[in-house]
Design a protein around this ligand. Structure first.
Ligand SMILES: [Cu+2]
Length: 124
């Protein structure tokens, strides 16, 4: 999927919530996302939303600090999982597209930036 940066003429997502982009100007994305990755991302994010509400309640109820911390850590892991899915989608779609179009140099630069947002832990 695209990263919200300046793009070409391709379709854009309805809402562009990203604030910055490492994408070099003119690289251009089509905003494509594979259905299985979209489903996986949405399911994971909605699970996080429900989990986050539960953790908020834990804080409101002044539950035991380490118990809350454990849940926050689990949330972080879940969000990392979302980024892993998004990275896989990006590589399978945008990156391949740019390489095939002869824009290897730009896409490598962008990919190096993108890796800053990806999980450092193992697969989950
Ligand atoms: Cu992408």
């Amino acid at each position: 999927m695209g990263d919200g940066g300046p793009r070409g003429d391709g379709p854009r997502p309805a809402a562009d919530l990203t604030v910055s982009s490492p994408t070099p100007p003119g690289v251009g994305y089509t905003g494509q996302v594979k259905p299985e990755h979209k489903t996986s991302s949405l399911n994971r994010l909605k699970t996080v939303r429900g989990h986050l509400d539960a953790v908020i309640r834990m804080v409101e109820e002044e539950q035991y600090c380490p118990d809350i911390m454990k849940q926050v850590s689990a949330l972080e892991g879940s969000l990392e999982g979302v980024n892993r899915v998004l990275l896989q989608n990006h590589i399978e779609t945008c990156v391949l597209e740019h390489v095939e179009a002869g824009r290897s140099e730009q896409v490598v630069d962008e990919l190096m930036e993108t890796l800053r947002y990806t999980p450092t832990k193992g697969t989950r």
